[in-house]
Design a protein around this ligand. Structure first.
Ligand code: ZN
Length: 139
């Protein structure tokens, strides 16, 4: 069995961003030369997510509105976590809802996706450098 590891870095200019990373992850699959296997993609930070959904801008705005309703950024004193001096209590909750990681099957060197599936990085406390881990195993 072969394995391959790669880290992507992101530094968004806004607190909240959703980024389609499918092409970057597919690039890692090609570098791995693994044709049959599994690809794990996870955020290495507890205020950002990796998830799978549709490449559709209306949906991205729906996520933004929905997450702000569930866990609004302000007022920052809404969150006990922010007593630590941080202001990202909301981002920890958003990350929990949107998830830490995805695992995608690789078949014939390509993602074995269902219809419309794409891989996204969800940033909820941006404006600093964050990492996403890709680990691919197979043969
Ligand atoms: Zn925090």
């Amino acid at each position: 069995m072969k394995s391959y590891r790669k880290v992507l870095t992101f530094h968004t200019d806004k607190r909240f961003s959703l980024i389609n990373i499918t092409d970057q992850v597919q690039q890692a699959v090609e570098e791995s030369q693994i044709r049959e296997g599994l690809c794990l993609v996870n955020s290495m930070h507890i205020t950002s997510s990796v998830f799978i959904n549709d490449h559709e801008p209306g949906l991205w705005e729906d996520y933004h509105r929905w997450l702000e309703k569930l866990a609004p950024h302000e007022p920052v004193d809404l969150y006990l976590h922010n007593r630590t001096g941080e202001d990202n209590g909301d981002a920890h909750l958003k990350r929990q809802v949107m998830g830490r990681e995805v695992v995608v099957a690789i078949t014939g060197g390509k993602f074995d996706f269902g219809p419309w599936e794409q891989i996204f990085y969800g940033e909820f406390d941006g404006r600093r450098t964050k990492r996403v881990l890709i680990k691919i195993v197979g043969e």
